[in-house]
Ligand binder design. Structure first.
Ligand code: ATP
Length: 248
């Protein structure tokens, strides 16, 4: 279609172009404890946005809200000009809004192929397509295809987790701590892929504890402290700000 839109298997019409993500006055709580106290963010379409901040600031919680894994108590999230409302994560994934959660979200007791097969159940994609796409992006996973996912290296498990998200050819991708527990060389490889995905046309929001790594790939960045966005701007503007906040 000339306007870049397609009709998905769910019947919803979605654009194939990357949309912007707007977060407006979002509040969220665990039980009675509020941890997001009115978050506002504008993530431009097709950009890489790095969300930085100290431990416990609420970064992972915000990604949970953005990807439909947690409800807000106030405010709204829009993808393009469409509010995601209470849409659950599985449905958002079918609309091309996907997350690679902290802790990876793969099935450790299944082989790589079995993990891939499970993801075809989201519909609209064959095992052949999933395997071709995955092995083209991460050739090492082809060698590991009969291995239990939980016995692979941390980097290989992260590759499998990313593959899971890429299966639906997302327009929006949320990445939580890609670098968690990984060697620097693997981290560099994964972030190179993030840059490539963004250039291919994807809106990416990433949470990352390694500030320099995140700012190297990001177009925009924000610093979150105590459940609020403290500052946002260009990576160079945020580099000094991040340093003072982390050292404070
Ligand atoms: P980190 O970088 O350490 O992962 P973060 O910025 O991602 O931190 P969150 O994980 O979003 O922060 O946590 C924000 C606050 O919410 C913290 O005070 C945390 O203890 C609390 N919290 C997170 N998950 C839960 C949960 N499942 N139940 C209760 N409180 C939680």
């Amino acid at each position: 279609m000339s306007d870049g839109s397609t009709t998905s298997t769910t019947g919803a019409t979605t654009s194939t172009l990357p949309p912007s993500v707007s977060v407006r006055g979002v509040r969220a709580s665990y039980g009675r404890i509020e941890v997001l106290h009115g978050v506002d963010l504008e993530v431009p379409a097709g950009s890489v946005f790095a969300l930085l901040g100290p431990n416990g600031a609420g970064k992972s919680t915000l990604l949970k809200v953005l990807s439909g894994r947690m409800r807000t108590t106030a405010g709204e999230v829009l993808v393009g000009d469409v509010p995601i409302g209470k849409t659950p994560s599985e449905k958002l994934a079918r609309q091309g809004i996907c997350a690679v959660p902290e802790g990876r979200g793969i099935f450790p007791n299944l082989t790589v192929r079995e993990n891939l097969r499970i993801w075809t159940y989201r519909g609209g994609i064959t095992m052949k397509d999933v395997e071709e796409q995955t092995y083209a992006t991460f050739p090492v996973l082809k060698e590991r295809r009969r291995q239990l996912a939980g016995t692979m290296s941390g980097g290989e498990q992260q590759m499998l987790a990313i593959s899971r998200a890429l299966v639906t050819r997302p327009r929006v991708l949320y990445l939580d701590e890609l670098s968690m527990g990984l060697a620097p060389l693997i981290v560099a490889e994964l972030y190179e892929l993030v840059g490539t995905l963004a250039r291919q046309g994807m809106t990416i929001v990433l949470v990352e504890q390694f500030v320099t790594t995140a700012l190297a790939v990001a177009d925009h960045a924000a610093i979150m402290v105590h459940g609020r966005i403290e500052q946002q701007g260009t990576p160079s503007e945020m580099a000094d700000a991040a340093l003072s906040i982390y050292l404070a």
